[in-house]
Ligand binder design. Structure first.
Ligand code: GLV
Length: 346
């Protein structure tokens, strides 16, 4: 891919290269895919109210998440099975994140083990499903701690898998799950693995249990209301991640960006707020930050870039997002991240 100018360039290129079944798995959403499209559309409907004459000569994009410095308030969201997209799998994306100084969130369903991913260095968090087998769940937590992961990201929007009709038609790809070697030897579809591994009985009590097993801070990912955001904090969450799982779980949910303000207001500073879903521009990142998110995460765009050129592709995509964000902040009159304000977005 020569001279990519924006993230859509990676998407176009990757679409032409990927096997139809893998592309369906990557791009699909649940049912009518209303939420899938709404995530992107809601960003495009936002309009901005810039401030002028504010000396934007030295943009400062640095910030922190859970007390750790990051170069740009952008992160790589957990996505499953990077082997489907590039031979270097998660190591490529994790290395690109480490070089860019941003957080990488490894998936429970990764192609390579969390210990192999840890070789990338950098700030890494571990995404976790509370599995039917609690011993295995606890073992994963201990492995994450030992491998230097700094937070657990517990996905709470997937008690059962959403009905993804593209996958139902083509069949989702059969894969092995390196983190779960002891129970999943030969290939299995994500849908089958999910049925076995994800526990539909989990409640807030299980969050309390998880908390009792570790001193790592935890983030609850997949919260879409202020009410659940408040409960998350009452149950010890250090951060709430507004997500609808890229439109892959419950359809007819609003866009994530449209729920950020409600969650930020409900938390009133008691926990950090993150958001993912439909982010395609540094300008989208600026909007998320202005509405009160502390970090904005990318999912599918990373997989398009990974498909195009492995670590180099992801690094190039991250450079574009950073350049677009710096440009947006300058034109909004916000030289520092903290200068981005809710009043700038309508
Ligand atoms: C996994 O969580 C997926 O959405 O495919």
């Amino acid at each position: 891919l020569d001279n990519p100018v924006n993230l859509y360039d990676f998407q176009t290129h990757a679409r032409a290269r990927l096997d139809p079944q893998v592309l369906a798995y990557l791009e699909g959403g649940a049912l009518d895919e209303v939420t899938l499209h709404e995530n992107e559309q809601a960003f495009l409907r936002k309009r901005l109210r810039p401030r002028v004459l504010r000396d934007v000569s030295t943009p400062d994009l640095t910030s922190t998440v859970l007390g750790r410095s990051i170069a740009v308030p952008v992160g790589i969201a957990p996505t499953a099975q990077h082997h489907l997209f590039h031979a270097d799998a998660e190591l490529a994306a994790a290395r690109a994140a480490a070089s860019a100084g941003i957080p990488f969130v490894g998936s429970t369903m990764s192609s390579i083990s969390l210990e192999e991913i840890a070789q990338a260095g950098g700030l890494r968090w571990m995404q976790l499903y509370i599995q039917q087998d609690r011993v295995l769940t606890e073992k994963l937590v201990q492995r994450a701690v030992a491998a230097g992961y700094k937070a657990l990201v517990v996905t709470v929007d997937t008690p059962v898998l959403g009905r993804r009709e593209r996958d139902l038609r083509l069949g989702s790809p059969r894969q092995t799950y390196a983190n779960l070697d002891d129970i999943s030897a030969e290939g299995e579809t994500l849908a089958d693995a999910a049925k076995r591994l994800i526990d539909p009985r989990i409640t807030w009590d299980d969050i309390d249990w998880l908390r009792s097993t570790t001193s790592l801070p935890f983030v609850l990912k997949g919260i879409m209301t202020g009410a659940d955001a408040s409960l998350a904090v009452e149950h010890g969450a250090a951060a709430v991640w507004v997500s609808n799982h890229g439109g892959r779980q419950l359809d007819r949910l609003p866009a994530t960006i449209d729920m950020v303000a409600e969650v930020v207001d409900a938390l009133a500073g008691r926990a950090e707020v993150y958001v993912d879903g439909g982010v395609r521009r540094g300008l989208d990142v600026a909007i998320g930050l202005a509405l009160g998110a502390r970090c904005v995460f990318l999912g599918r765009p990373i997989l398009y870039a990974l498909t195009c050129d492995g670590e180099r592709g992801v690094a190039a995509a991250l450079r574009i997002i950073e350049a677009e964000l710096a440009n947006a902040m300058a034109l909004l009159g916000a030289p520092r991240v903290a200068d981005l304000e809710r009043s700038m977005v309508v």
